[in-house]
Design a protein around this ligand. Structure first.
Ligand SMILES: [Zn+2]
Length: 155
């Protein structure tokens, strides 16, 4: 099921799906035994606690898709590290503090680049993605600067 729903994302497992009229909820958790402390790089398998995050994903079949992501918090095993605990990251799936999966973020960014703020937000809402004009603009601000192509015909 991971290959179908979350292709090219390593170390995640789809536990179950809840499908209702308006949304598909995908229960996802990590399959890795531990995680690396972002400060000192030590590997930890000692779980402190876990919590749920609900990043929105790209819609499917006209329904909103929302992940129900189980995120574990680990103890850092390194006594000299200033960080006591840290949350595991799921690269390629979502990023810290984001309400969106990475593929929804890039979809919204593409809509924003083509249509900018207000029209971009309208277009996203037509796809069933509630996003404000200012959120579209913030997304564009966060994109890396595009490389400026050399003008044609001047070489
Ligand atoms: Zn550490």
């Amino acid at each position: 099921m991971e290959g179908l729903l979350l292709p090219s994302i390593a170390n995640v497992s789809v536990q179950s799906l809840d499908v209702s009229h308006e949304a598909v909820r995908v229960n996802v958790s990590s399959t890795s035994a531990g995680a690396e402390c972002p400060d000192c790089g030590s590997e930890s398998t000692r779980v402190h606690s876990s919590y749920l995050r609900f990043p929105a994903d790209v819609p499917s079949g006209g329904r909103l898709v929302v992940l129900r992501l189980r995120v574990r918090r680990f103890f850092c095993p390194e006594p000299s590290c200033a960080r006591r605990t840290f949350a595991e990251q799921m690269p390629g799936l979502t990023r810290r503090h984001s309400r969106w999966t990475e593929r929804l973020r890039s979809t919204l960014a593409a809509v924003g680049l083509a249509l900018a703020g207000r029209a971009g937000a309208r277009m996203a809402r037509a796809f069933g993605l509630p996003i404000s004009r200012s959120a579209v603009l913030r997304l564009l601000d966060a994109l890396p600067e595009p490389a400026v192509p050399a003008p044609r015909g001047w070489r």
